[in-house]
Design a protein around this ligand. Structure first.
Ligand code: NAP
Length: 306
């Protein structure tokens, strides 16, 4: 039996492992894809302290992963299906999708969040054929092409700006007349000749037979419908917490995990850190700090068991 199982190897999970190992805990990280989390898809990070120049998301997360491995952490591949207490209520049973089980005294859920869908016709069918959730991964395919970015938050603004390295034109389509993203990003959008904001507008469908050809739009104020010819559609309309494997009693109405300031859920020994927490600001530095807090609290909890 492990002292601690950490679910997710993004900034929260990896930092939890760094702190857990240094506290002497016998721990294991379970990750369903590869380590790094959402940050791997970010072209540049310029608000993580310690890097004078922007650092690529890939490099930042590779460094965190290597640091974690150097300290001796085991990062295992596995998708978690459920986390529950055993019959006696003293041990956590983590069940994986292949039905295997791992047991631990404590668990830190740090599985992050997944890209939210627009849920309009054509979106699902055209993923990989012009519909993308990652400009860093797919932007280079759109050299001298026309793209649409959907969303008005930090991610949409950042990624729209990134796409101008390749695309000759980027329509930034937002459902309101005010962007949610921070001022510095809004200023970059205004300064770019290649970005054309399309405000008060929603996407009604994404059209194309083999690949994206156009999007159908509707102005929410006037009701006017229109069609825009585009080669690619990049969707950045927020995230949904990856909490399907957790007990419903620790989730809020948005299915995000409720914790206190010490990252404790209402189930003793079960902690949560990072983007799946209720009210998370989804910042790398915050996820890392929450991972550290959760690991130190897990250590204290285990001390209290003896
Ligand atoms: P977000 O802040 O939740 O913004 C989502 C955007 O998508 C909003 O503008 C929202 O419109 C729009 N939207 C949501 N559902 C929609 C729908 N069904 N149809 C059309 N538009 C829809 O998400 P995010 O931009 O991905 O950012 C997530 C978090 O990560 C934020 O806390 C952000 O600060 C953080 N982040 C930080 C950085 C950075 O620090 N460099 C970079 C990226 C992200 P409304 O505005 O009308 O709600």
């Amino acid at each position: 039996m492990k002292d601690l199982i950490i679910i997710g190897a993004g900034p929260a999970g990896l930092t939890a492992a760094i702190y857990g190992i240094r506290s002497g805990l016998d721990l294991m990280i379970l990750e369903k894809l590869s380590p790094g989390g959402q940050v791997m898809n970010t072209y540049e990070v310029e608000n993580y302290p310690g890097f004078v120049e922007p650092v690529s998301g890939w490099e930042l997360m590779s460094r965190m992963e290597n640091q974690t491995r150097r300290l001796g952490a085991e990062i295992a591949s596995g998708e978690v299906d459920s986390v529950r207490r055993d019959a006696k209520g003293s041990v956590f049973v983590v069940t994986l999708s292949d039905k295997s089980e791992v047991h631990a005294k404590t668990v830190i859920a740090a599985a992050g969040a997944s890209y939210r869908r627009l849920e309009v016709p054509g979106e699902e069918d055209l993923i990989g054929h012009g519909v993308s959730f990652c400009a860093t991964c797919d932007g280079a395919f759109y050299k001298d092409r026309v793209c649409a970015v959907i969303g008005g938050g930090d991610t949409a603004l950042e990624e729209a700006h990134f796409l101008t390295r390749f695309a000759r034109k980027v329509y930034l389509i937002h459902r309101r007349d005010q962007f949610r993203g921070v001022k510095i990003l809004q200023e970059r959008i205004s300064a770019s000749e290649r970005i054309e904001p399309v405000i008060d507008t929603v996407v009604e469908s994404i059209n194309g037979s083999m690949k994206v050809e156009s999007i159908a739009l509707k102005n929410v104020k006037t009701g006017k419908q229109s069609t825009l010819a585009v080669d690619g559609v990049f969707i950045f309309v927020g995230f949904d917490a990856n909490t399907g494997f957790l007990p419903a009693e620790i989730l809020d109405k948005n299915r995000e995990v409720i914790t206190d300031i010490k990252m404790r859920t209402s189930i003793p020994g079960l902690f949560a850190a990072g983007d799946l927490r209720s009210g998370s600001r989804r910042q790398i530095v915050m996820a890392a700090a929450e991972g550290a807090t959760a690991a130190l609290e897990a250590y204290d909890y285990i001390l209290g068991l003896t």
